[in-house]
Structures are given as C-alpha cells and as structure tokens.
Design a binder for this molecule. Structure first.
Ligand code: GAL
Length: 342
C-alpha cells in the first residue's frame, strides 16, 4: 500500500529526473539541464516531503474529479440535479476540498518500451464521492522518455453517468524554482480564442472570444510579463493570467498546445495534449509568505501552471466540449511536457 509520504523517482539517460509522492501523485520535482548542462528543478514547491504534505495541496497534483470550476457547484445529468461542495467562493473547485489531489494514490511500477521509466497511479473513487455520481476507476501513467518527455496518460471508467475533467497542476519556472518570477519567460499558445472570466461569477462567462488585440494573445510568442502587466480588464480580474485557452484545431488527437521558453537558461518546454483546452495560471495568489525551494519565498508569478483540460463549467455550457462519461466509455486524456534547449 502506498503511503502519502512515499517518494517515487523517474530518471532518463539525460539526467532528467521527475519526483512525485503518493499523496495526490504530487510532482514535487522535475530536474532538467540548461544550455550548459547545469541542472535545475523547474517546478515550484517546497524543500521537503513534510512541507509538501502540509502546504499547498495543488502543487504538482492530480486534480479531479472535475478540475477547475463548476458554477455554484451545480449540474444536471440524465434528469438528476447534483449539488457539489462550493469550496471556492460561490463555486466548486478541483473536485472539492477532498479532491483527488488529497488522496493517496496506489503507485506501482509500469513498463512500456517507449518509456525509460514509468509508474502507474490508481484510484477508485466511490459512488457519491464529493457528491459526484458513479464509482470512478482512474489510472494515470507517469512515463519519462529519453526524448525528455514527461508523458501523463489518464484513463477512467464509471459505473453511472458522471462528469470528469482530470488535470495535472505543476507550476513551471524554467529558470529553476526559487529564481524569481516567470515575467521574462516567453509563452506561445496554439490558441486564437479563450473563455473570458467574470469577477461576479468567479469563473467563465460562457463566451468564447478571439484573443486578437487583447493581453491574452499568445499566438505570436511574447513574455508572460507583457500580459500580466497589461492594462486589461481580464488581467485585472485575476491579477495576471488564470484563463482557459481554446486549443486551435482540436480533434481529440495529440497536438501542440503551448511552448514556454527562457532565454537566459535556454530551457524550453512544449505541452502537447488531446484535450480541447489549457488553463494558464500564473500563480497570482502566492504572496511570498511561504518558503519554497532554494529556501526562497514562493512569490506571485513565481511559476506558471499549464493544465490541459476540458473548459471550466463545461457541464453547464452546452456549447463547451463534452465532460460527460457514461458506463462502457473510457475517458482518455494525454498531456506531454517535453523539455529541450532552444
Ligand atoms: C488553478 C485555478 C486557479 C487556482 C489554482 C489553485 O487551476 O485556475 O484559479 O484556484 O488552480 O490554487
């Protein structure tokens, strides 16, 4: 039986190392070389497992059953109204206060030729868990390749019609965690549209808007700081970026969603997914009061989460992608974080 504090490591031929723990499958470290071969840990977090277990439970964690927000925690399915916990102001966030990030996953070694090393993480979520219908059986593979890809593959099956939207919540800083903010790191998104927010609703309005001419335009690469410091209503609502972007050309197949790079270190990370959206969150709520890696404070804009997903509040928006899973169907989600030098 896996314990919350158990530590697992994946390592490849290029000294890339991924570390995670049993609780939440939380990725507590991803060490990658820079242009001179110097290694740094590029995910923000704490200095010890004890601190990780006591601290922000979303750092690097697997989130579910429904990542991101559901307005007022309500949805209807097959004629039944469901009320979920409102653990984020008026809304439901990341599956509730006892979401998948707070569970101890069962971790076992996993072998497949495409991976240098891999683990399988499994969880059975009982019918009614956090208010969601159906028993949900979830399997997630963390696989590391010698091409410096961390592959995250999710699969889930349910005993009753339910909703699902799993994601991974690591915050990246390609200079290395603890080395300031991500303001001068360059982001390019394969997204010409995004889903705007309303401060009153506390999440998406349901509109799908062109990014052109707004701070959310990352179709041509630009620094994250340019957007976070822009005089823009959407930026002001969340003091940075905390938005779902609509991936262009979505057809359920794996495609490039995002590219993050840091000129100073030469590190680059591409995100591939078969999902329709990606949440870009610049960690605006970090206030420097917590101590993170290198003994440095965890600061506002100190890392950027890139969460592949179905759009927020999809269960209540008919024109958003489907988040319903029925018995006999298999939910399949792939997210690849590929590291390189530019
Ligand atoms: C993100 C979300 C943020 C914040 C964070 C958890 O996915 O977009 O608004 O809630 O999770 O701290």
């Amino acid at each position: 039986m896996t314990k919350a504090s158990d530590v697992f490591k994946l390592k490849n031929a290029n000294n890339v190392e991924v570390t995670f723990i049993g609780r939440g499958g939380q990725i507590t470290g991803i060490t990658v070389p820079d242009k001179d071969g110097k290694l740094a840990d590029v995910v923000i977090g704490y200095q010890s497992v004890e601190e990780a277990l006591a601290g922000d439970g979303y750092f690097g964690a697997l989130c579910g059953r429904f990542s991101n927000r559901i307005v007022k925690g309500q949805f209807s399915l097959e004629g039944i109204d469901y009320q979920l916990e409102c653990n984020n102001g008026p809304n439901h966030l990341h599956g509730g206060s006892e979401g998948f990030n707070s569970r101890v996953w069962d971790v076992t070694p996993y072998e497949e030729s495409r991976f240098t090393q891999a683990y399988k993480l499994s969880l059975v979520s009982p019918d009614g868990d956090q208010g969601y219908p159906g028993e949900l059986k979830v399997e997630v593979v963390y696989g590391l390749t010698d091409e410096n890809e961390l592959v995250i593959e999710y699969a889930a099956e349910t005993s009753k019609a339910t909703i699902i939207n799993l994601t991974s919540h690591a915050y990246f800083n390609l200079k290395g965690a603890g080395n300031g903010t991500i303001e001068d790191q360059v982001l390019e998104l394969n997204a010409s549209k995004f889903t705007p927010l309303s401060a009153e609703i506390g999440t998406v309005t349901g509109e799908i808007t062109e990014v052109k001419g707004t701070a959310m335009d990352f179709v041509d690469a630009k620094t994250i700081g340019e957007a976070c410091n822009a005089d823009d209503d959407q930026v002001k609502i969340v003091d940075g970026i905390d938005h779902n972007f609509v991936i262009d050309g979505y057809d359920g197949m794996l495609r490039l969603a995002a590219r993050l790079s840091d000129e100073e270190s030469g590190r680059c990370m591409e995100v591939f997914t078969n999902q329709p959206g990606i949440q870009i969150y610049t960690g605006s709520h970090f206030d420097g009061t917590e101590t993170g890696k290198l003994g440095k404070p965890i600061v506002k804009w100190g890392g950027v989460a890139m969460e592949t997903q179905i759009f927020p509040d999809s269960p209540n928006k008919e024109h958003f992608p489907n988040a319903v899973l029925k018995p006999g169907e298999v939910y399949k989600h792939t997210c690849v974080y590929k590291f390189s030098i530019q």
